[in-house]
Design a protein around this ligand. Sequence first.
Ligand code: ZN
Length: 124
Amino acid sequence: MKFQQSYFARRNRVQHRLDKPEHLRNMACTMGSRNLDRWSAEDWRRTAETVAKMRASGWDVISHCPKCNLTMRVDLALIERVSGGVLWNRQSKCRRIGCTGMVEFQGRPPRLHRHIPLRAKWPR
Ligand SMILES: [Zn+2]
């Protein structure tokens, strides 16, 4: 019994080492930084601060009104021409007639499969 216990204890220790060898843990870290789902809004903002950069790298930007639920695709080329600048942390009046809501912008960066709210502190 005593032998058996120590055998299993030793085997568990070995197994534990096999589960997470050093090189695999390092690889996991590298993969983590490539896992776009884990990027923060700040990370994304760093890659595309301006409307021009979003357009150049192929972002899909939509506006959503939480009050009436109107969702529209944002014409980045038009925004760039008309107001240029930045869509991060910006709000705009809802364009549905009679709605007093404020839309918020959401963007889907290339290779990400969902839109993220364009709300982020200035990236450090
Ligand atoms: Zn609305």
